[in-house]
Design a protein. Structure first.
Lengths: 474, 459
């Protein structure tokens, strides 16, 4: 055998399982990579691989991308695969089955997926249909804690229609895409003022900007990613930490805490004082509605409530709220997986006249309610209907915008986030670890997330960015 | 009095000049609510286009858009342009004409390629990214009115930050020191194997990484090689000879993630001279194709290639402009007929792309290209040759949207002391040439290195 042929025979490489996954983490750290350690199995060592591109390669999480594969044989079955390792070290993946066209190309935005974790023409299916890889722990949820770094996703193309064992095979090509929760120039400032804790995000530019008080849900802690995303859209957004599960004192948080937080935003030199709104998810929505209705101290310009409700009396602290829930815990049902379904607890309150509800009729600002029709955690649609009735009774129904997404669940997250149908939850009073059923079917839920975000941004734009009424300067 | 919301906002804007401070602050704050500035994408590769939109200003509103950048050397660069909003109160930089500033007309990327050092900077500065693992950060701001100076003292109406990257996510940077080389290898993400490119910069000497990083972002394993003053020269006191480049080629050829039969060379300026010599004469280097930017084939074949220009240094032929810029293009003119003084391109066996600026004042690239064409026609291999000739374009043909530089200070083998070399070109034509040449270069490389009879797609 001649020397070049010998060399090509010797150049048989194997991608070991460890190497494939460490390429990912090495690229993530952008470190020097010892190429002499890398070996790859190929039966066609002289053949040029297909070219996989993701455009844009760096984007905000709510921006679309186009995944394109070229240089394949025509009519070739291939699998597009996405892989992400979360901050908790779990692996999430999605995949779709495609056939290349007569030019040997596959365009995920234009072609049909014939199977996998998503079907049909789905430009972003490789993100929203992600789920934990087989063998993962139960009840996982994917949320980014560090918003100053991007979420990294490996996009790969495999030969044939593959459904499992992606780890054990070598892809034909791979591209890494960055998904950011923060636009360049957004500032992140930790706030600890007058006992109020949270993180403030400020858009680039001189300002001033409208402000948003951003309140997360009952799983507690501090999630910053929605605030950083709102700042990337031109709002000074304050992610408020108001509850930490297991921390006894935080359950004594009183209503005044939220008013103080709102003041901190309003006082900020770069905030337009009469353009401050609130945004809540789940339990955070409750406080949005309370602030809108009950506060004598602050004036909300508008409120966005995702999967929220008005079913808590004003005078209760969070602890009181949890006690109310505990008193109704006999209404918790379990599904076939033993996941907890809480919605009946809430229905009991909805069907109860007035007692234990926020007096929604006192609201004087526009309010947008976005809910999932398959919400198994709380009867948000019924609560929204109840709120509409209360507002109608005092002639203020025009303030309300209600959007209901059939077959969407409780956790309506930013666009292209995976769907979480049931995840782990720590119940505060008992410290019990359970899995809560949030509900929703993946495809309709993903559509809902995309549509909801567009509607939310338009709503905020309209109420926080448009001109004030003439009376301010007459 | 009844006013529409829009009129309200604009009345404040128009009346804001000469107002008392309180009124100015109020109207300033309201003005802020109106103006929306966006750049899409906010994070892109340096060769990708962006769309700059200014919205929610009054129809007919005059504004200035400014770009500001601090380069790796710490110098400030600025560009600005004047626009007038249309009937919907919008300015779209990709569609609307600039009425003045550092560029005019419809120029989607003008705010990048017309960047120049701020007034008061040292002359002859060149923008070069040293650390390719961080992005080039550009601040884009919009100001009221058509302004030409003093922007830095004003508060803009809005501002955003844009990142321009030389490296796509997943591209790996590997310093190479084996074989006493001074090089950096950039590998695309993925298992590969990938076609390889040996990337040679020019007379500015040190290791320049940004073009290789960008090539890797397009799917090529690219290795940039320093050869004029790399460590080995400093250590031994000797200039490199041909074996240095052959060793570099060997590193690519042996690399497990590089296709040994699909390696190209891309050279700029003196690097182009090296590329031509290796492509024709080397017994070791087997190129799939070659790209030569702003280079010449005139060189003493029996001497080390790095002496290529000092050999021709002729004070009598040096011209100096009234600004004291040195024109060295005439050193090799007229193109010699002596075969020992030029690369015999008639013996070339791979496709060759020549990228040439007609106004190159540093090297006689155009005359050289013409001579190469004649030689190849006589030898019967001119079908391998593609020449891209750009009018009003100078020597320094960089990746797209790189700010244009007409002259630059550098010390090279031909100028023993620091002087200013005239590179030539006119800003608009040169910038267009950079964009067009890069696209065509990438296509040429893709065709030669990714296409061909043994590629998957032809099965």
């Amino acid at each position: 055998m001649s020397s070049p042929v010998m060399m090509s025979v010797m150049r048989c490489f194997r991608f070991t399982r460890v190497r494939l996954w460490s390429v990912y983490s090495t690229a993530q750290n952008r470190q020097v990579f010892a190429h002499s350690c890398l070996r790859r199995l190929s039966t066609m060592s002289h053949t040029v691989p297909p070219v996989l591109s993701v455009v844009p390669s760096r984007a905000l999480v709510d921006e679309k991308f186009r995944v394109l594969v070229e240089n394949l044989p025509p009519g070739a079955p291939v699998t597009l695969h996405s892989l992400h390792q979360s901050e908790d070290k779990d692996y999430w993946e999605a995949y779709g089955h495609y056939i290349s066209d007569e030019r040997g190309a596959v365009s995920v935005a234009d072609d049909l997926s014939f199977g996998g974790t998503y079907k049909g023409k789905e430009a972003m299916g490789l993100l929203w249909s992600m789920r934990p890889v087989p063998g993962s722990r139960d009840g996982l949820r994917l949320r980014k804690s560090d918003v100053c770094t991007p979420l990294l996703v490996n996009i790969s193309v495999y030969s044939g229609h593959v459904t499992e064992g992606f780890r054990e095979q070598s892809p034909l090509a791979l591209a890494i895409t960055e998904r950011w929760y923060m636009a360049p120039g957004v500032q992140r400032i930790v706030i600890k003022e007058e006992g109020v804790k949270g993180t403030l995000f400020i858009p680039p530019g001189p300002g001033p900007f409208p402000g948003i008080l951003d309140m997360w849900g009952g799983s507690g802690g501090l999630m910053e990613y929605r605030s950083s995303l709102l700042a990337s859209h031109g709002y000074i957004s304050f992610a408020l930490e108001y509850f930490s599960p297991g921390e006894l004192k935080s359950a004594d948080t009183e209503f005044e805490y939220f008013e103080k937080a709102f003041n901190i935003i309003q006082k900020h030199p770069q905030v337009i004082p009469d353009r401050v709104g609130a945004f809540g998810l789940s339990l955070g929505s409750v406080f949005t509605i309370m602030l809108a209705a009950e506060s004598n101290v602050i004036k909300l310009q508008c409120g966005v409530c995702v999967s929220g409700n008005h079913l808590y009396p004003r005078e209760l602290t969070l602890r009181g709220v949890f006690l109310v829930l505990a008193s109704k815990s006999h209404k918790i049902r379990h599904d076939e997986n033993n996941y907890e379904i809480w919605r009946d607890m809430g229905l009991a309150i909805v069907n109860n006249p007035t007692k234990g509800k926020v007096d929604v009729g006192k609201i004087n600002c526009p309010l947008m309610l976005l809910n999932g029709g398959d919400d198994q955690n709380w009867p948000t649609v019924e609560a929204a209907e109840d709120m509409a009735q209360m507002l109608r009774a005092v002639g203020k129904e025009h303030l309300l915008t209600r959007v209901t997404y059939p077959d969407a669940g409780h956790l309506i997250e930013p666009p292209y986030s995976p769907h979480f149908r049931a995840t782990k939850f720590i119940k505060d009073i008992t410290k019990e670890k359970v899995i809560l059923l949030w509900g929703g079917q993946t495809k309709p839920h993903a559509d809902a997330q995309e549509d909801a975000w567009n509607k939310i941004l338009s709503f905020l734009q309209q109420h926080l960015y448009s001109n004030t009424t003439p009376k301010a300067r007459m | 009095m009844a006013m529409q919301d829009g009129d309200e906002c604009n009345a404040e804007l128009e009346a804001s000049n000469g107002q008392s401070t309180n009124q100015w602050v109020t109207s300033w704050m309201d003005r802020k609510c109106c103006v929306k500035l966006s750049v899409q994408p906010s994070r892109g590769l340096v060769d990708e286009k962006f769309i700059i939109l200014v919205r929610k200003v009054f129809p007919g509103f005059q504004l200035t858009i400014q770009a500001l950048h601090t380069c790796d050397h710490g110098h400030s660069w600025e560009a600005f342009s004047h626009y007038t909003a249309n009937a919907t109160g919008t300015v779209n930089v990709s569609e609307d004409p600039s009425l003045g500033g550092t560029y005019s007309g419809v120029e989607p990327m003008g705010l990048l390629w017309s960047l120049r050092p701020v007034p008061g900077s040292k002359p002859g500065l060149r923008m070069k990214k040293i650390n390719v693992q961080t992005p080039m950060v550009v601040k884009i701001s919009v100001y009221q009115g058509h302004q030409t100076e003093g922007l830095v003292d004003q508060v803009p109406l809005a501002g955003v930050v844009v990142e321009r990257w030389y490296m796509a996510p997943g591209v790996v940077r590997i310093p190479i020191t084996e074989e006493r080389l001074s090089a950096t290898l950039f590998l695309p993400s993925g298992p590969g194997p990938f076609p390889g490119i040996l990337d040679l910069w020019g007379g500015a000497g040190k290791l320049v990484e940004y073009r290789s990083a960008l090539l890797a972002s397009h799917g090529f394993a690219a290795m940039t090689l320093a050869y004029l003053s790399p460590k080995v020269v400093r250590e031994t006191g000797k200039m490199v000879d041909d074996t240095y480049f052959e060793k570099a080629y060997g590193v690519l050829e042996r690399h497990p993630q590089i296709l040994s039969s699909r390696i190209a060379m891309l050279g700029f300026s003196i690097g182009a001279s090296v590329t031509l010599r290796m492509a024709v004469y080397s017994q070791v280097i087997k190129l799939r194709c070659a790209v030569c930017i702003s280079g010449i084939h005139v060189q003493p074949i029996d001497r080390p290639v790095v002496q290529v220009l000092s050999y021709f240094n002729d004070d009598a032929k040096t011209q100096v402009t009234k600004e004291n810029h040195v024109i060295s293009r005439n050193w090799v003119l007229p193109i010699t007929k002596d075969p020992s003084l030029k690369v015999d391109v008639g013996r070339l066996q791979c496709p060759l792309l020549l990228v040439v600026g007609e106004d190159d004042q540093n090297m006689a690239a155009q005359e050289s290209a013409l001579d190469m064409k004649e030689m190849m026609e006589r030898a019967g291999n001119s079908h391998l040759l593609t020449v891209l000739l750009y009018p009003n374009t100078g020597h320094l043909i960089e990746p797209p949207f790189t700010p244009f530089v007409r002259f630059s200070n550098f010390r090279s083998v031909k100028l023993p002391q620091m002087g200013m070399a005239l590179l030539g070109g006119e800003v608009v034509a040169h910038s267009r040439a950079q964009e067009d040449a890069w696209r065509k270069t990438l296509n040429f490389l893709k065709e030669s290195l990714y296409g061909g009879t043994d590629s998957l797609s032809r099965l």
